[in-house]
Design a binder for this molecule. Sequence first.
Ligand code: NAD
Length: 380
Amino acid sequence: MTTIGVPREAAGGERRVALVPSDVPRLRRIGLDVLVEAGAGAGAWHDDAAYEAAGATVTTHPLLYAGSDVIAGIGPPEDAGALRAGQLLVGLLAPRGRPALVRALAAAGVTAVSLDLLPRTLSRAQAMDALTSQASVAGYKAALVAADAYGGYLPMLMTAAGTTRPARVLVLGAGIAGLQAIATTRRLGAAVTGYDVREAACEDIASTGADVLRLGTPAATGEGGYARALTADEADRQQRALDEAVAGFDIVITTAQVPDGRPPVLVTAAALAALRPGSVVVDAAAGPHGGNVDGSRPGGTVRTDRGVTVIGAGNLAAQVPQAASAAYSRNLCALLAALIRDGVPALDPADEIHAAVVVTRDGEVVHPRVREALDQEVTS
Ligand code: NAD
């Protein structure tokens, strides 16, 4: 029988867990024994007893690593050295940004599967799409973080003490996270405008009922439904147009990313200087490679001289651990159901999904785009 182990997530501030108790029976049904590290679900309010009651065995970290054929987490493993040849590792590993980890996993003979490499437009893969589920949670939380930091109401309120106008919210980047931020701020009653460089995303914004900001810059749709990076000239034109447009808003939420690239700076120092005191900017794209807002720090809040609050979002999905874990757990179960045949992992390179998500196998880095990223690192 194949055993799957769910470790406690290692990253600081991480409160999600890869598998929730209610999904343990799903894995048992496809022939897996389930081990869970003690305390793994605590951050998402799932105690060890709930896992036991669902049919899992709660154990220690070393016993989990020693006794599992499959290790399923969210972030990269705490100790890649503890994995052994033939073990299957599943997670959101972001392998193109972690060359040392990828090399270590290949050298150890681990089969690494990364959910962020899933072909997202494939309808069969939608139930497994953890990038979408987590971005959706992050967009929702970005809206709440912005609303919380804002000193006024979001809705228009008519009371005996007067009438308030709705807060004006601008969401830059209307992919999965941006659309959820738009929907959430609209539910809170704000007057919401969205902006994106992809025409399809502009249609999505309009379908929520929000206004679409048009800057007259060319559409920039790239491969796989993602945006392409703008040319220097396009980025320059976009930036100047945005500098002017941003000033009229009370709240700006940014979620713009391009695959494998630095997030574009969309809110410049000049735009921040033009915002009214009390305005709030949430940079949900802030990360180790930069963000969409000049001077934002991941996980940190900056107050400008003019009184504008700039919040560099950290791991927003981890701040809604119950919803994020439940969604991730479903994605994981769907992926495992596609990878496991008759109770054992059966990776088929001819299967579009299998081929897309396997990063290392039999001591080699087998994923072409990950190998490319590794080669670039060596030559740069
Ligand atoms: P993402 O996180 O890579 O980017 C977020 C948004 O930022 C995107 O909409 C992008 O167009 C926008 N952006 C990038 N550069 C910008 C710039 N300079 N100015 C303004 N906006 C900019 O994207 P995502 O949310 O992960 O989604 C990417 C795509 O994948 C979308 O097209 C989405 O619809 C698609 N997708 C499709 C499926 C499916 O077909 N089942 C599932 C999931 C996602």
